[in-house]
Structure formats: structure tokens, C-alpha cells
Design a protein around this ligand. Structure first.
Ligand SMILES: *[C@@H]1O[C@H](CO)[C@@H](O)[C@H](O)[C@H]1NC(C)=O
Ligand SMILES: *[C@@H]1O[C@H](CO)[C@@H](O)[C@H](O)[C@H]1NC(C)=O
Ligand SMILES: *[C@@H]1O[C@H](CO)[C@@H](O)[C@H](O)[C@H]1NC(C)=O
Ligand SMILES: *[C@@H]1O[C@H](CO)[C@@H](O)[C@H](O)[C@H]1NC(C)=O
Ligand SMILES: *[C@@H]1O[C@H](CO)[C@@H](O)[C@H](O)[C@H]1NC(C)=O
Ligand SMILES: *[C@@H]1O[C@H](CO)[C@@H](O)[C@H](O)[C@H]1NC(C)=O
Ligand SMILES: *[C@@H]1O[C@H](CO)[C@@H](O)[C@H](O)[C@H]1NC(C)=O
Ligand SMILES: *[C@@H]1O[C@H](CO)[C@@H](O)[C@H](O)[C@H]1NC(C)=O
Ligand SMILES: *[C@@H]1O[C@H](CO)[C@@H](O)[C@H](O)[C@H]1NC(C)=O
Ligand SMILES: *[C@@H]1O[C@H](CO)[C@@H](O)[C@H](O)[C@H]1NC(C)=O
Ligand SMILES: *[C@@H]1O[C@H](CO)[C@@H](O)[C@H](O)[C@H]1NC(C)=O
Ligand SMILES: *[C@@H]1O[C@H](CO)[C@@H](O)[C@H](O)[C@H]1NC(C)=O
Length: 772
């Protein structure tokens, strides 16, 4: 072979190699497209109603690389799939492992269910995996994914142990978030061999055993809401402690908090709420110069607050609630001048507040002293607190009248003075509170009339005056309250509302009195959940999907207000102007002496709960009520309604509680079918003029003959009714909490129900998204 020929043939070889290379790329590219197209078809078949952005993937394109949510490398191979919040339902796609270069997979915020597909564990190149906020279940086995840096499985239904995944998954792992699942077993030791781990969130699961001792090398660690036991040892916080964020709240940790916490000099957030820690509060905390939030509530710490804590110059949130301190409030609290939130509820304090100086803290915007034994007059000094927004003084022993000076707290948004021994009338000056959203004066001894000036409170959406001696008419002017809360909500949206552990307590105060029978739900309110809901409602985001327009069933997530005036001495007629209270969803006027007709104007409100029982209402039941498509509770019992029971009420398909008992002049026939027919005779007691159509009568009084007993049908019917019954209440519970007599008792949260509720919250949020 000549030199020339040799050179030529080498060129040919290079050219051939080039061809093979190009062809090879071409073939691989095609394969990849095939996989992504298969993914598209799979997703479309799983959710034929709502398509995500994958629906726009044009199958005529030669390569998937320009498709929205798909990213490729220079060689045209798929490296990333991002289909977060894309209306994906059904099980997870099998075949991601065919995308050989896949590094980034984000399927978060969908409703994917079932287990993880086994081939996922073959995607060895994955660096980022986000499956958070889905309905995935089964065990987690990602042992094959040795390149993972970020894993987010938050808010699914994964169960079983996770230990077996480590250290296989560990080498590169920086962030692991498996919060809000049903994972169990021990965690101690699991992460010892994860050299790069910095953010670890194991909160809201069922982990047991001792705490993992190596957590101080992380920047963020949370195991909140699990069932860890044992002590936090001195060695836990070594001199190289890197922690910035530590949340061990709601576990069963015992013993002292070691003073070595002083080694964690970057710590900004420390939450030990709701454990069984005891002994002295370590002075070492005072060396944490960056500390902003300190939650030590619901433990058994000593009463003495170390002076050194005053060195925390950045401290803005301090929670020392539920430690049974007793005696007069410790004077030192008046010296934490940087505080914005101070929570000292349920400590058994006695005496007054003024001497402590807390009312002089210049930055304080949230003060919670509920559930103590403070007594004497309400301090007028409160009116001079420059920044106070949320003032919670419920469940104390305060007496005397509400100082008229409270009307000059311009920024006040929540005022809870319920369950005290307050007397006198509601000061008209409160009408000057334009930012007030929530006024809670229930269960005092207030008398006099409702001042019409309250109608000037243009933000006021939630009013509870239950259980007082308030008399006179319901002034027409107060229907103007809450007419425009938006300026207040807008201002709140511009702020971060970091809230304390006391949100649950506040929320439990919220629900209408009549829901006491739901007090069991009390126990499932976790601080995290309360905070999430609290933040939403305080910024004006609704949680309950309600019918805004009484003529259609269109629902929106609009904030729902209430007016609770039950158990007072109110008389006269309900002003028809009530029809202008555009946000009113719950109207409770029971146990008063209200008379006249029930104004038909209420039918233009977004009401889902009406209780006017035990009054002196006369006349027809307004048939317009049947326009309230979202109405789930209607109690008109023990009044003097007359005339025909409007048959149109039968269209209220969501009505779950209905009572027209003891209206002796009420006549009519209970229909044989439709919604009203589903209520038993105890909804019509003491109504001699009401008769039953024969079928319905038969149903209510005689058990069905056994030959008709198709138990599956019966069971299905019952459970549907039960579910239908509970959903609005669980939902409203989520918004309002439960006003309950067990409020000040120490309740430990049964963690096993938490996930169910979180799921419900998910559901609520999601279904709302779809509807709005
Ligand atoms: C898909 O791509 C083909 C060829 O590139 C083009 O002709 C067609 O209009 C595109 N379809 C859509 C819906 O964009
Ligand atoms: C999900 O997408 C919808 C619109 O498709 C949007 O309104 C919603 O805010 C998104 N949710 C999240 C959490 O991004
Ligand atoms: C992808 O992977 C699955 C299982 O791992 C396999 O059955 C299939 O043939 C592969 N190819 C495509 C194009 O999906
Ligand atoms: C995972 O996705 C959720 C929702 O899209 C997002 O909020 C979260 O930040 C993501 N997690 C990580 C670790 O990136
Ligand atoms: C995890 O999956 C791998 C195969 O992908 C298997 O070999 C291993 O036994 C599994 N581990 C557990 C704990 O199930
Ligand atoms: C884990 O997810 C939860 C819920 O999305 C979030 O609040 C938390 O900040 C996340 N933790 C980390 C370490 O990213
Ligand atoms: C938590 O652990 C303790 C002791 O191990 C046990 O008695 C208790 O029942 C557990 N609680 C829950 C809710 O699992
Ligand atoms: C810091 O940690 C070391 C152990 O590494 C411990 O001996 C020391 O007491 C700690 N410092 C403080 C101030 O507690
Ligand atoms: C308040 O004092 C009474 C008796 O004076 C006592 O029964 C009650 O338990 C105390 N309440 C609190 C919250 O400490
Ligand atoms: C407040 O309400 C009263 C009575 O309703 C009314 O007369 C007065 O003008 C209102 N004041 C302001 C400043 O709006
Ligand atoms: C009930 O209303 C009727 C008129 O409709 C009236 O005659 C009667 O006295 C009322 N009964 C009571 C107890 O108020
Ligand atoms: C209806 O009200 C009456 C009187 O308050 C009460 O006795 C009865 O139990 C109620 N019925 C239902 C179904 O709640």
C-alpha cells in the first residue's frame, strides 16, 4: 500500500467511524423521543379531562428537546423532565430508565398514586428527584440512585422503613425531604455515612427510637411530629456544630436541654415545643447571637429565665407557653426589647400583667397570654402598645369592662377576650378599628346593646359574642362591618406571618359553638397545620370552596366570614340589610328572643350554616333559602314559623343537618324523595301539622322488611351520607378550629391521624385549585 493509499484509507476509516457515530446518535435520539412520546400517551390516558403541558408536545417534531418541561444535553439526549403541577393522575410511568442520561425528574404537585415503579431504581444518573405532593404509597427503595443530590418525597403516603436506603443513596446527597409521610422505624445512625448531607427533613412521620446523634453537622434538621424518645446528650452539639435550623418539636424527648447548644453559633431557629424536656433553660442559648426564633413551650422547664438570654439580640419570636410556671409573670420578659411575638399561654400565671413590662415591649405585634389566671381590670396600657396586632387574653379571670381606649389600637387585627368575667357594654369606640378582622368576646357577662359603630369596622369578618347578656335589637348599621377587608389582607400579604405555637389555640377558639361534638378533631390539629391554615386565612385566602353566587353552583375559595350572636338576650327583628354582608357564611342567632320574619335577603349570602333556633320567629320559612346551593346546615327549630314547609328546600342537595322541630304552626308534607326525605322524624318533632308522604313515613318509622334488606346498598347509602356529612365540618374545622371545653387541657397529638388530616388539607387545597 502506498503512502497516499494509506492516508486515503485512514480518511475513509475516520469517515466511516463518523458515519457510525452520527447514525448511532440518530438512533439513540429516536429511541429517546419514543420514550417521551410513550410518556405523553400514558399521561393522557391517565387523565383524559385535565391535560398538563405535555399535551402540547408536538409528535411531528424530530426531537423532544424543545418540548416544554424537557431538557437535553448537547448530544440531544434527555437530561431533565419537569412536569410539576401538570394535572397528572394514575400510577407512575414505567420507562424513565430508558432515558439513559436523565438527571432531573420533577413530578411534584400532581395526584400520582401507587408505588414507585421498580425501574426508577435503575435511573442511576439521577441527581434531582422531586415527587413531593402526590399520593404515592408503598416502600421507598432508591438504593440504585447513587448520584442523587436532592430528593424531595414530601407529602405522600410512603410507609415502611427507610433505613435500608442508606448508605447506598448517601454519597452525594445534599438534601433529603421526606416530611409528611407514614414512614416508620428507627433513624439513629442511618445518615452517619452521608458526607455531604446538609438539609434533612423527616418531620411528620412515625419514626421511633432515639434521635440520630450526628445531626449537628447539618445546616437544617427537622424531625418534628414523630415519636422519638430518649435524651438529647451533651455530645449532640459539638464545637463544630453547623446547625442553622433545628426542629425537634412534638416528640417524646426527655431530660435536660444541654448547655452545649451554645456551640451552634449559627442557629437562627430552635424549636423544641411539645416534648418532655425539663430542668433549667440553659444559659448557653444566650450565646446564640443569630437566634431569631425560640420555641420551648409545652415542656416542663424551670420557671427561672436565665439573664443571659437577653444577649440574643436578634430574638423576635419567643414561645414559653405550657410550662406550668405559675405565680406572677416573670419580670424579665419585659426586657426582651426585640421581641415581636411572645407566647406565654397556659402557664397558670396569676395577678396582673402590667408589672412585668411586657406591655411596654416596643416591637411586639403578637401577645398570647390565654389560659392563665390573670385577674383584675384589663390594663389600659395595652392601648399604648405601638405595634400590637394580635392580642389573645382568653381564658383568664379578667373582670371589669372593656376599656374604651382599646378603640385606639389602630393596627389591631385580632382581639380575643373570651372566657373572662368582663361586664359592661361593648365600647362603641371599637368601631374605630378599621383593621380588625376577628373580634372574640364570647362567654363573658357583657350587657347593653351592640353598638352600631361596630358597623364601621370595615375589615371585621369574624364576630363571636356568644354567651353574654347582650340585649336590644341587632342594629342595622352593623351589617356594614366586614364590607371591605381587602386593604387589611393586602397589607398582610406583603408580610411574612411567622406564627408561634399558639395558632392552634387561637384556631380552636374560632369554630361556632355548636360544633363542640367535633371536639375529638381538636387532637389532630398540629402546630404545623394550624400555622399553614392560619397564614392562609390571615392573608385572605379562602379554604372552603363556597358558592358565591346563589343561583349557580360555581364555587370559589373565598374567605368565609361569620356572625355568632347565640345565647344572648337580643330581641326585635333581624334587619333585612343583612343581605349586604357579602362574605357571611355562618350565621348563628340561636337562643335569643328575636322575632318577626326571617328576612328573605339572607338568600343572597354565601351561607353554608344557618342556626336561628330557639327564638320567636314567625311567618313563612322564606322559600328563597332554597337558593343557597352550598347550605349544609339549617336549624329553624323552636320558633313560631307557620305556613307550608317550602317544598323547594328539597333542592338543597348538600343539606346535612336540618331541623324544623317545635314550630307547632308549621304545616306541609315531608316529600317522599329528595334531600328533605333523608331526614328522620327527629327533624320534625313537635310539628303536629307536618305529615309524611306514605313512603317517607314508612321509611322513618318502620325498619325495612328483611327481604328488602340489600345490606350492600344500605351500607353504601350510609357511608355516603356520613362522608357528605363530615366533609364540610372537617373543612370548616380546618379553617376555624374547634371551640372546645378541653381547650386548656394538655393534649398530646396522636400522630397517626395527622397524615389523614394533611391529606384532607391537600385535598381541600387541590379541589379548590381545580374549581377556581
Ligand atoms: C407540529 O409540527 C409540524 C411539523 O413541524 C407542524 O406542521 C404542525 O403544525 C405542528 N403542530 C402543532 C399543533 O403545532
Ligand atoms: C398549579 O397550576 C395552576 C394553574 O394550572 C396554578 O393556578 C397554581 O397556582 C399552580 N400551583 C402551584 C403550587 O404552583
Ligand atoms: C423501556 O424500559 C422498559 C422496562 O424497563 C422496557 O420494557 C421497554 O422495552 C423499554 N423501551 C421503551 C421504548 O420504552
Ligand atoms: C419540589 O417541588 C415542590 C413543588 O413543586 C417545590 O415547592 C419544592 O421546592 C421542590 N423541592 C426541592 C427540594 O426543590
Ligand atoms: C431495593 O431494590 C433492589 C433492586 O433494585 C434490591 O436488590 C434490594 O433488595 C431492594 N431493597 C429492599 C430493602 O427492598
Ligand atoms: C420539606 O418540605 C416541607 C413541605 O414542603 C417544607 O416546609 C420544608 O421546608 C422542606 N424542608 C427542606 C429541608 O427543604
Ligand atoms: C410513642 O412511643 C411511646 C414509647 O415508645 C409509646 O408508648 C407511644 O404509644 C407512642 N405513641 C405513638 C402515637 O405512637
Ligand atoms: C462545645 O462542644 C464541646 C465538645 O465538642 C464541649 O466540650 C463544650 O462544652 C461545648 N461548648 C459549650 C459552650 O458547651
Ligand atoms: C386558676 O385558678 C383556679 C383556682 O383559683 C384553678 O382551679 C385553675 O386551675 C386555675 N387555672 C389555671 C389555668 O391555672
Ligand atoms: C361610625 O358609625 C356611626 C354609627 O353607625 C356613624 O354615625 C359614624 O358616622 C361612623 N363614623 C365614621 C368615622 O365613619
Ligand atoms: C305564633 O304566631 C301566631 C301568629 O302567627 C300568634 O298568634 C301566636 O301567638 C304565636 N305564638 C307564640 C307562642 O308566640
Ligand atoms: C331538633 O331540635 C330539637 C329541639 O332543639 C332537638 O330536640 C332535636 O334533637 C333536634 N333534631 C335533630 C335531628 O338535631
Amino acid at each position: 500500500m502506498s503512502e497516499k493509499e494509506a492516508a486515503l484509507s485512514s480518511h475513509v476509516v475516520v469517515f466511516l467511524l463518523f458515519l457510525i457515530f452520527v447514525a448511532g446518535r440518530g438512533i439513540t435520539g429516536l429511541d429517546e423521543k419514543e420514550v417521551v412520546v410513550k410518556l405523553k400517551h400514558f399521561l393522557q390516558s391517565n387523565n383524559p379531562i385535565y391535560y398538563g403541558r405535555y399535551a402540547g408536545w408536538n409528535e411531528s417534531d424530530p426531537s423532544p428537546c424543545w418540548w416544554s418541561g424537557v431538557t437535553c444535553n448537547d448530544d440531544g439526549l434527555v437530561t431533565g423532565i419537569d412536569l410539576s403541577n401538570s394535572s397528572i393522575s394514575g400510577t407512575m410511568f414505567v420507562g424513565f430508565s430508558n432515558l439513559t442520561e436523565l438527571e432531573h425528574l420533577d413530578l411534584s404537585e400532581n395526584t400520582i398514586e401507587g408505588g414507585l415503579p421498580p425501574d426508577l431504581n435503575e435511573c442511576g444518573g439521577l441527581r434531582y428527584l422531586n415527587l413531593s405532593h402526590n399520593l404515592l404509597d408503598g416502600e421507598v427503595n432508591l438504593t440504585g440512585l447513587v448520584n442523587l443530590r436532592v430528593v424531595d418525597l414530601t407529602s405522600n403516603r410512603f410507609e415502611g422503613e427507610i433505613r435500608a436506603n442508606f448508605p447506598a443513596m448517601c454519597a452525594n446527597l445534599v438534601l433529603l425531604n421526606i416530611s409528611a409521610n407514614n414512614l416508620a422505624g428507627e433513624i439513629a445512625g442511618s445518615f452517619d455515612e452521608c458526607p455531604n448531607l446538609q438539609y434533612l427533613d423527616l418531620s411528620t412521620n412515625k419514626f421511633t427510637g432515639e434521635i440520630w446523634k450526628g445531626f449537628a453537622k447539618l445546616r437544617e434538621f427537622s424531625v418534628a411530629e414523630n415519636n422519638l424518645t430518649g435524651e438529647i446528650l451533651l455530645e449532640t452539639f459539638p464545637s463544630n456544630c453547623a446547625l442553622e435550623f433545628l426542629d425537634l418539636s412534638s416528640n417524646n424527648l426527655v431530660g435536660d436541654l444541654p448547655d452545649s447548644i451554645a456551640n451552634c453559633s449559627n442557629l437562627a431557629f430552635l424549636n423544641l415545643w411539645n416534648n418532655r424536656l425539663a430542668g433549667a433553660i440553659p444559659a448557653g442559648i444566650g450565646e446564640l447571637s443569630k437566634l431569631r426564633s425560640l420555641f420551648l413551650g409545652s415542656n416542663g422547664f424551670d420557671r427561672k429565665i436565665p439573664e443571659k438570654l437577653l444577649n440574643c439580640k436578634e430574638l423576635v419570636f419567643l414561645d414559653l407557653s405550657k410550662n406550668n410556671f405559675g405565680g406572677e409573670i416573670q419580670g424579665i420578659f419585659g426586657r426582651f426589647v426585640t421581641l415581636r411575638l411572645l407566647s406565654l399561654h397556659e402557664n397558670g400565671y396569676i395577678g396582673g400583667i402590667e408589672s412585668s413590662g411586657v406591655l411596654k415591649l416596643p416591637e411586639l405585634f403578637r401577645l398570647d397570654l390565654s389560659c392563665n389566671n390573670f385577674s383584675g381590670d384589663l390594663p389600659v396600657e395595652i392601648a399604648a402598645m405601638p405595634k400590637i396586632k394580635y392580642l389573645m387574653l382568653a381564658y383568664n379571670d379578667f373582670s371589669g369592662s372593656i376599656p374604651s381606649e382599646f378603640g385606639s389600637i389602630v393596627g389591631l387585627q385580632a382581639l380575643d377576650l373570651s372566657y373572662n368575667r368582663l361586664t359592661g357594654r361593648i365600647p362603641p369606640e371599637l368601631g374605630k378599628l378599621r383593621s380588625l378582622l376577628w373580634l372574640m368576646l364570647a362567654n363573658n357577662r357583657l350587657s347593653g346593646e351592640i353598638p352600631p359603630e361596630i358597623g364601621n369596622c370595615s375589615s371585621l369578618l369574624w364576630v363571636n359574642l356568644v354567651g353574654n347578656r347582650i340585649s336590644g335589637r341587632i342594629p342595622r348599621e352593623i351589617t356594614r362591618m366586614g364590607r371591605d377587608p381587602n386593604p387589611t389582607f393586602q397589607a398582610n400579604r406583603r408580610e411574612i406571618i411567622v406564627a408561634g405555637s399558639d395558632n392552634c389555640l387561637s384556631m380552636k377558639q374560632w369554630l361556632p359553638m355548636k360544633y363542640q361534638d367535633l371536639s375529638f378533631i381538636n387532637t389532630v390539629l398540629t402546630p404545623k397545620l394550624c400555622q399553614a391554615i392560619w397564614n392562609k386565612i390571615w392573608k385572605g385566602y379562602g379554604i372552603i370552596p363556597i358558592c358565591m353566587d346563589s343561583t349557580s353552583q360555581v364555587r370559589t375559595l373565598t374567605i368565609s366570614g361569620y356572625m355568632q350572636l347565640t345565647e344572648n338576650l337580643l330581641s326585635g327583628e333581624v334587619p333585612p340589610e343583612i343581605g349586604k354582608m357579602q362574605f357571611l357564611s355562618i350565621l348563628h342567632l340561636g337562643d335569643n328572643q328575636l322575632s318577626g320574619r326571617l328576612p328573605a335577603e339572607i338568600a343572597s349570602l354565601p351561607l353554608f350554616d344557618i342556626d336561628v333556633s330557639n327564638n320567636l320567629f314567625i311567618g313563612q320559612i322564606p322559600s328563597e333559602i332554597s337558593l343557597l346551593q352550598c347550605l349544609s346546615r339549617l336549624d329553624l327549630s323552636t320558633n313560631n314559623f307557620s305556613g307550608e314547609l317550602p317544598t323547594s328546600l328539597n333542592h338543597l342537595s348538600e343539606l346535612n343537618q336540618f331541623n324544623v322541630s317545635y314550630n307547632p304552626l308549621l304545616s306541609g308534607v315531608v316529600p317522599a324523595t329528595g334531600q328533605i326525605s333523608t331526614f328522620g322524624s327527629d327533624s320534625f318533632m313537635g310539628d303536629p301539622l307536618i305529615s309524611y308522604s306514605s313512603y317517607s313515613f314508612y321509611n322513618s318509622y318502620y325498619p325495612p322488611p328483611s327481604s328488602f334488606d340489600d345490606s350492600s346498598v344500605v351500607r353504601r347509602g350510609t357511608s355516603r351520607r356520613t362522608v357528605a356529612f363530615w366533609i364540610p365540618f372537617i373543612v370548616s374545622f380546618l379553617v376555624f378550629g374547634v371551640a372546645s371545653f378541653v381547650l386548656c387541657l394538655r393534649i398530646r397529638t396522636p400522630v397517626f391521624i395527622v397524615n389523614r388530616i394533611l391529606t384532607i388539607e391537600n385535598f381541600v387545597t387541590r379541589s379548590g385549585d381545580h374549581r377556581s
